[in-house]
Ligand binder design. Structure first.
Ligand SMILES: Cc1cc2nc3c(=O)[nH]c(=O)nc-3n(C[C@H](O)[C@H](O)[C@H](O)COP(=O)(O)OP(=O)(O)OC[C@H]3O[C@@H](n4cnc5c(N)ncnc54)[C@H](O)[C@@H]3O)c2cc1C
Length: 251
């Protein structure tokens, strides 16, 4: 799907629900004044009058053909963050936002080789959207999906990921990886930095492989390095870095 298919438009949205996914990630539901059309993987810019700032959040659901008028975002609490601290303090309930969408170039590309996907924290949102959409569209390619979290308590939507894996028309390896789960004694899964586990994809033929990643900037940088080491060309590595104002840049 071509991301230029849908030109960005301005919508009005109201925060109608927020549900805890983990101790520091909320699923935020926004009711729009009319349906928005986007390509799986894209994001929205929210103008938040209360903090007088614009913030970017990726659509967490696959798109619908006629658009969605109720959209979900996964928002991670950033200590000291203007928007997320207000959201977690419940200071934005019923708040109206101005939303410019769709935005961004993160989407599935044509190809037949394996998809090597990495999500960290709230970076799961665009990958869930992209993979669920690909599953619905019967994209028949091997997929390795690494999901990085600090501890078991930071893993979420695992059942949704398993459902995608079960309905995927080709081989699908889901590898949750804990970076700090020292106390998770009952965890017999992968540990360490999520990007160190890319060689888990080594059992498959990487001809035509493409990388898809979303999450914190250091994870993306490590992921690019690891994918290039595996022989994936830079032009085939696609990502959204979840930068914030501490990076001196936002989308
Ligand atoms: C394309 C894109 C998609 C994104 N999608 C998501 C998503 O789906 N989910 C998600 O959770 N996040 C996402 N983000 C990040 C999101 O847009 C926000 O940046 C994030 O939620 C933090 O917002 P905030 O207002 O709470 O924090 P901010 O107010 O931006 O503060 C962030 C941190 O920077 C510090 N800080 C603020 N200003 C400065 C400064 N001038 N110098 C140094 N430090 C400073 C703050 O103390 C805080 O620790 C995305 C970002 C991009 C670019």
């Amino acid at each position: 799907m071509d991301v230029t298919a849908f030109a960005p438009e301005t919508y009005t949205g109201e925060l109608v629900a927020s549900t805890a996914l983990t101790h520091d990630i909320l699923q935020v539901t926004v009711q729009l004044d009319r349906p928005v059309r986007y390509v799986a993987g894209q994001y929205a810019n929210l103008w938040v009058p209360k903090i007088d700032r614009r913030r970017s959040y990726s659509f967490a659901q696959p798109p619908l053909r006629d658009g969605r008028d109720r959209v979900n975002f996964f928002v991670r609490k950033v200590p000291g963050g203007l928007f997320t601290e207000a959201l977690f303090d419940d200071a934005l309930a019923g708040e109206r936002f101005e939303i410019e969408a769709p935005q961004g170039q993160f989407h599935i590309r044509q190809g037949e080789g394996p998809m090597l996907c990495i999500a960290g924290g709230s970076g799961l949102a665009p990958l869930l959207s992209l993979l669920e959409d690909a599953r619905k569209n019967r994209v028949n390619r091997p997929c390795t999906f690494l999901f990085g979290a600090r501890t078991q308590a930071d893993l979420y939507c695992v059942d949704e990921i398993k459902a995608i894996a079960a309905g995927w028309p080709n081989k699908f390896d889901f590898v949750p990886v804990l970076s700090e789960g020292h106390d998770d004694r009952d965890w017999d899964g992968a540990r360490g930095m999520v990007t160190e586990h890319l060689p888990a994809a080594g059992g498959i033929d990487l001809t035509g492989a493409q990388g898809y990643m979303c999450g914190p900037p250091p994870m993306i940088d490590a992921g690019i390095h690891a994918l290039v080491e595996l022989g994936v060309p830079l032009a085939e590595i696609h990502y959204d870095k979840f930068t914030d104002e501490s990076h001196g840049e936002t989308a």
